[in-house]
Design a protein. Structure first.
Lengths: 784, 336
């Protein structure tokens, strides 16, 4: 029945081939235009699992405490001492500049120059204090000495001033939405007219940081270090521009390889063009569905191109073989179309479904990747299985007759390869596979979740961004590796000794967890303030039981400290960690949950989590929770599709087992190379399965027909190799070479993906030509 | 009884069993008192107990140094401010919530002798004259005495240490309103920060608002010793020829043992001085807030020998090896 359908489809298509090609051209024009409108787009909220329990707490309190989307700017004086007039002049300008960049939450900008930076000291008759930089500050030696004294009294060394006084810090919180400009208001139409805000454009914001801060103020003596998600995204986007170069290199390599393979210019150009058409469609469709191109998924177009070429090569190979057998190109194309539509379609559908399974992971950026990759793969069905044979049918190709010596040589190779389909070799292969799998499985179970290195994992260690991160962590006592536990209580809760005491107990217990370097909360700060009210005597560093004294102590802590909200019904506990490795985060979150369970009551709840590491904790949990379902879905989809097309459980298993072994080995490789399972690397496994399944399906679809007719396994495999072997091996090699150039990328995650995909392309190909026949030899021992 | 009813009875009683079981254990800070950070969190006093050292601090922490410092469990979670040993076995520690705890084995195990959260005041020092008689002093003139080794504690009010204007105010109030009189009385005396026994058995007590007072009768009555400063005095130490009192904002005074000649010691810092220690060479170490360690030589010249940023130093004592230990807001440490 399927055959009938395909034949009818073929007759219609080839009868109206002109119209079909014309409509393809029109669609390409339209989507090409749409693709040209595509914008780079990175938003912090896309990178976090918004529906995770922790992130619900995070978003609930984001307004009061800011989120994890902060930037830090350290202004360094290379002379090693910031107390000179030129430096303070620059620092003031940088502060003002930062304050006015759209997207900065102005009330949360902190530096020496912000009015909330104050000092207090105990004197005989109570407290004395004021802003660290006084209102009557004169930028001269006397004024700077006053500031230096105040800095020490304010206890901000290590936070706003580096430990060695060589640099000073500015921090700012970013908003998710910014006000539209007047022009933008004028441009907006209809319902949009009433909306006065627009989402913050992170990449543009990062450019402003680069130009207005570093560009303007960095000199011989002043160095500007900037870190934070926005800057990181900007640097990744900058690095992603290099992807274009890799794309060109890959196209070039592929073109040369395809030419060597096909020995025909026209057969080289057509599959490449059709694959590029698929890329245009994919990019255009992104704009149509309202997405931008996220730097993290910039590799998808390349992936689409690669998969397109892989199927295109199968197509031209099929056409060429038929022409060599004496058909004209039109008949050859039509026949190639008929024979490849089903296996190719199944393979591409498996890819599509495989990528769609990534939707199961509730992280915006992975869902975007899922949609853009599955769109891209789905359109390849149209461009390379339909458009390509139609276009080829218009050409006349005269392939050279194959050199008989060479032909014999290749047949010799196929003959030797076909031995894998004999029981003797099959046993050896399967035993080796089993050993390899066992070893891989054991390694794969040690795979690390999360980011394994310091700084931003998407970028190389020696990148400016990561160097800036190290500058800040080395010179200040602060760290970006902190999480906050949100304590939810009733309004005015902080006036009760019992409540603050519980928070203090919580902080102490969690503070005693390995991996926690230090902690801070309203309770512990109030204790120190209380000592301050008692002449600075450390023996009074307690939470006073008298309500009046407690209120007096708590009242000194401003809401800008981030330790309490306006009516002190919410009081975060800060946990500063030694790093953000997954094990550290796991140990700490487990302890928090354990202590919270003991302390939680109806009116007092300790909830995870906010802060950069809080976000990482949620992401790690989402990623590790998603891993198993994702694998089940992707293999489930491949299983069902293979079952439908082969209608044989044996064939299905023969395709899936090599795939599974290879993805296990890929995970083992990740363990060896210290590549953690993170937002950027998780998709690789699903992508790998999607790509790997092509090889198996192409080979087995040729074999299964012959096996059903009763042919011996070895002979069936040999004939499949003759028909499709060269295309399979060729595609594996070409794609692997193309992807391996990513190794030289400026982006660390692209390098990681390059290594993993190269491995996937190559080893899946080997799996399809070695393990698959061995399995077949076992499954179809006796010909029917 | 039919099988069905029997089954129901079983089901119901099982249900009762499950519902009466506690949902989860209540958090008890005492059971988790031993924590790795106790040694490096707020420690407020160190005392010699024979060959050993005993230190006390926040959350009722007690640490004993035999070879290394080891935390031992204590029966309280209130902050402990001071620890005193009469001999190598008998010791007492005091702290917030008017806590008094007692040990009979050199600090390894402790029992509560007195505690009252209603008092809402900390005890700041304790002193025993012999196995039975002792006094404990604290904030707002808090003063307790025992004659039976701490089994019973009796509160005393030291009216003689009130300011003259407060004396007449209280006298008026007592006639009008007994309750208000009692509540006012409990807040009018200065903090008694430290009490020491001098070589001639007199007591010397120092405290808030420039309080320096002596007693010839084990603290039954005190006589104030006036000098020219009104800030708080946190500590006092007796050397061979003199007495030093020390306190707020770098104020350290030296006086003769009759408290008639006073001389202020010039310090290079304005940080409060919390404690002092006589070194083997006869010089004096002063420790205080802002992490200062100052050495006073025999000519009373002050030199800063250490300054630990962001740390307040409260206690100083030497162990049986002659090693000097310091304690404060970041716990126990030695100078390198």
């Amino acid at each position: 029945m399927l055959e009938k359908l395909v034949n009818g489809f073929e007759t219609h298509l080839f009868r109206n081939r002109m119209w079909v090609i014309l409509s393809f051209m029109l669609i390409t024009l339209f989507l090409g235009y749409q693709a040209s409108q595509l914008k780079m787009d990175a938003a912090f909220s896309k990178n976090i699992p918004l529906n995770h329990e922790y992130m619900k707490t995070y978003t609930k309190h984001q307004k009061d405490f800011g989120g994890a989307n902060r930037i830090m700017v350290s202004v360094e004086d290379t002379s090693g001492n910031i107390f000179n007039p030129e430096y303070f002049e620059t620092l003031k300008q940088v502060h003002d500049e930062l304050f006015f960049i759209p997207g900065v939450e102005r009330s949360q900008v902190k530096s020496l120059y912000s009015p909330s930076t104050r000092f207090t000291e105990v004197v005989e008759d109570g407290f004395a204090g004021g802003p660290v930089i006084p209102a009557d500050f004169r930028n001269d030696e006397y004024g700077l000495n006053v500031v230096r004294d105040n800095v020490e009294k304010a206890g901000i060394v290590g936070r706003l001033v580096s430990n060695d006084y060589s640099s000073a810090m500015l921090t700012a919180q970013l908003m998710d939405f910014v006000a539209k400009t007047d022009e933008e208001m004028a441009e907006s139409e209809g319902a949009e007219k009433d909306i006065t805000t627009k989402p913050l454009n992170t990449i543009q914001f990062a450019k402003q940081l680069e130009n207005q801060l570093r560009g303007k103020y960095e000199t011989e003596t002043i160095k500007i270090h900037i870190i934070g998600f926005a800057k990181m995204a900007g640097d990744v986007a900058e690095g992603a521009k290099g992807v274009l170069l890799f794309f060109l290199i890959a196209i070039l390599i592929t073109a040369v390889m395809v030419y060597l393979f096909s020995k025909s210019l026209i057969l080289t150009v057509l599959p490449l063009v059709c694959s590029l058409v698929a890329v245009f469609w994919q990019l255009g469709l992104l704009t149509v569905v309202g997405f931008g191109l996220d730097p993290m998924s910039i590799l998808v177009p390349f992936l689409v191109f690669a998969i397109g070429v892989s199927h295109g090569v199968q197509m031209i190979n099929a056409v060429r073989r038929r022409v060599l057998d004496g058909q004209n190109t039109k008949a050859a194309s039509a026949s190639a179309f008929r024979s490849l539509l089903v296996p190719g379609g199944v393979a591409l559908l498996s890819d599509t479904v495989g990528f769609l399974t990534l939707l199961a992971i509730d992280i915006g950026i992975i869902r975007e990747l899922a949609i853009s990759a599955s769109l891209g793969v789905a359109v390849i069905i149209l461009t390379n299985l339909i458009l390509l044979p139609l276009v080829i049918s218009y050409t006349t190709i005269k392939p050279e007759k194959e050199d008989p010596v060479k032909k014999a040589k290749i047949e010799g190779l196929w003959r030797s390869l076909s031995k894998f389909a004999t029981p003797k070799y099959a046993v050896i292969v399967l035993v080796c596979t089993a050993v390899l799998y066992g070893f891989g499985f054991q390694q794969a179970s040690n795979i690390k979740i999360g980011d394994l290195q310091g700084g931003a994992p998407a970028l190389h260690l020696d990148s400016r961004y990561n160097q800036d991160t190290f500058h800040i962590t080395d010179n200040y006592s602060i760290t970006t590796d902190y999480m906050t536990v949100i304590v939810e209580a009733t309004p005015e809760a902080c006036t009760y000794h019992s409540i603050l005491n519980e928070i203090d107990q919580f902080e102490w217990m969690v503070g005693n967890t390995p991996g926690v370097e230090s902690t801070a909360s309203l309770a512990s700060v109030s204790k120190r303030v209380n000592a301050g009210f008692n002449e600075g005597n450390p023996k009074w560093q307690v939470l006073p039981r008298t309500t009046a004294s407690l209120v007096q102590a708590v009242g000194r802590v401003p809401t800008t400290s981030g330790l309490l909200n306006g009516n002190c019904s919410v009081m975060p506990v800060f946990l500063f960690l030694k790093d953000h490795k997954a094990e550290t985060i796991e140990v700490v979150t487990a302890k928090v949950k354990q202590v919270a369970e003991q302390l939680n009551t109806d009116t007092l709840q300790f909830k995870l989590a906010s802060g950069p590491v809080g976000v990482m904790a949620a992401t790690n949990e989402a990623v590790s929770e998603a891993q198993l379902p994702m694998m089940i879905y992707v293999y489930g989809a491949v299983f069902v599709l293979c079952l439908i097309s082969f209608r044989s459980i044996k064939a299905t298993i023969a395709v899936i087992v090599p795939l599974y072994v290879v993805s296990t080995l890929a995970q083992a490789l990740m363990t060896w190379l210290d590549i953690g399972l993170a937002v950027s690397t998780l998709p690789v496994i699903a992508l790998g399965v999607g790509i790997g399944v092509d090889y198996g399906i192409y080979i087995l679809s040729t074999m299964s027909g012959k096996l059903t007719q009763g042919m011996a396994v070895q002979q069936a495999y040999f004939e499949a190799l003759v028909e499709r072997g060269s295309a399979v091996i060729f595609t594996g090699l070409t794609l692997a070479i193309g992807v391996s150039t990513w190794f030289f990328s400026a982006l660390k995650f692209q390098m990681d993906m390059g290594i993993l995909l190269t491995f996937m392309f190559l080893v899946n190909m080997l799996g399809a030509i070695i393990i698959l026949p061995a399995l077949s030899a076992v499954f179809w021992r006796k010909p029917k | 009884m039919s099988f069905r009813t029997l089954r129901n009875v079983v089901a119901i009683s099982l249900g009762c069993l499950i519902s009466t079981a506690p949902v989860h254990a209540q958090f008890d800070p005492l059971t988790v008192q031993i924590q790795p950070l106790a040694e490096s969190s707020l420690v407020l006093d160190i005392a010699k107990a024979g060959e050993n050292l005993v230190a006390v601090g926040e959350r009722g922490h007690v640490l004993v140094k035999q070879q290394d410092w080891q935390q031992v469990s204590s029966p309280v979670i209130s902050q402990l401010t001071k620890v005193f040993f009469l001999n190598e076995k008998q010791g007492w520690a005091v702290g917030h919530d008017a806590t008094i705890i007692h040990t009979e084995d050199g600090g390894l195990t402790w029992q509560v002798q007195f505690q009252s959260t209603e008092v809402e005041k900390p005890l700041l020092d304790i002193l025993f004259f012999n196995e039975n008689e002792g006094i404990a002093v604290g904030a707002y003139g808090l003063f307790y005495r025992t004659a039976d080794g701490g089994k019973h504690w009796v509160q005393e009010f030291h009216e003689e240490l009130l300011f003259p204007e407060d004396v007449s105010y209280l006298a008026d109030l007592k006639a009008e309103d007994e309750a208000l009189y009692l509540s006012e009385r409990s807040a009018l005396l200065p903090h008694f920060n430290r009490v020491i026994q001098l070589a001639d058995n007199r007591l010397l007590m120092v405290g808030e608002l420039g309080l320096v007072a002596t007693s010839d009768d084990n603290g039954v009555t005190f006589v104030t010793q006036p000098f020219d400063y009104e800030g708080s005095m946190f500590n006092a130490i007796e050397t061979d020829g003199a007495v030093f009192v020390m306190g707020l904002r770098g104020h350290v005074f030296k006086t003769d043992k009759q408290f008639s000649q006073w001389q202020e010691i010039a310090l290079p810092v304005k940080s409060s001085i919390n404690n002092a220690y006589i070194t083997d060479s006869g010089s004096l170490y002063l420790v205080g807030n802002a992490g200062v360690v100052i050495e006073l030589d025999s000519t009373d010249k002050a030199n800063i020998i250490a300054r630990r940023q962001g740390e307040n130093i409260v206690a100083i004592e030497s162990d049986n090896q002659g090693q000097v230990w310091f304690a404060g807001s970041k716990g126990l440490f030695q100078l390198k």
